[in-house]
Ligand binder design. Structure first.
Ligand code: F3S
Length: 106
């Protein structure tokens, strides 16, 4: 599967969802998760994300391993998103921030 990392939090640009051939993105208030049961590892979403938030599971850095289970857990409870929409209003203020996990609205 592919995994959405913390960079997405409070940005949610949503460019990724338009290109997904299997509609595997799930939407929370300020983050998207990938459903690992649906993702086919096509990787077309990777270059679409302005903050490079999406990586293949095998490339998730050691200090971000928790994001793998987090995507899986959130994907189970969040609804599908299949069309791009506007980014969050202050996305550009948050795009270069790190350690945003405490900002995640589950
Ligand atoms: Fe998030 Fe990037 Fe998609 S910020 S919503 S993973 S385009």
């Amino acid at each position: 599967t592919h995994v959405v990392l913390e960079s997405c939090i409070r940005c949610k640009y949503t460019d990724c969802v338009d290109v997904c051939p299997v509609d595997c993105f799930r939407e929370g208030q300020n983050f998207l998760a990938i459903d690992p049961d649906e993702c086919i590892d096509c990787a077309v979403c990777i270059p679409e994300c302005p903050v490079n938030a999406i990586v293949p599971e095998e490339d998730v850095p050691g200090n971000m391993q928790h994001m793998i289970k987090l995507n899986a857990d959130l994907a189970k409870k969040w609804p599908s998103i299949t069309k791009r929409k506007g980014a969050l209003p202050d996305a550009d203020d948050w795009k270069d921030r790190t350690d945003k996990l405490s900002e995640l609205i589950r």
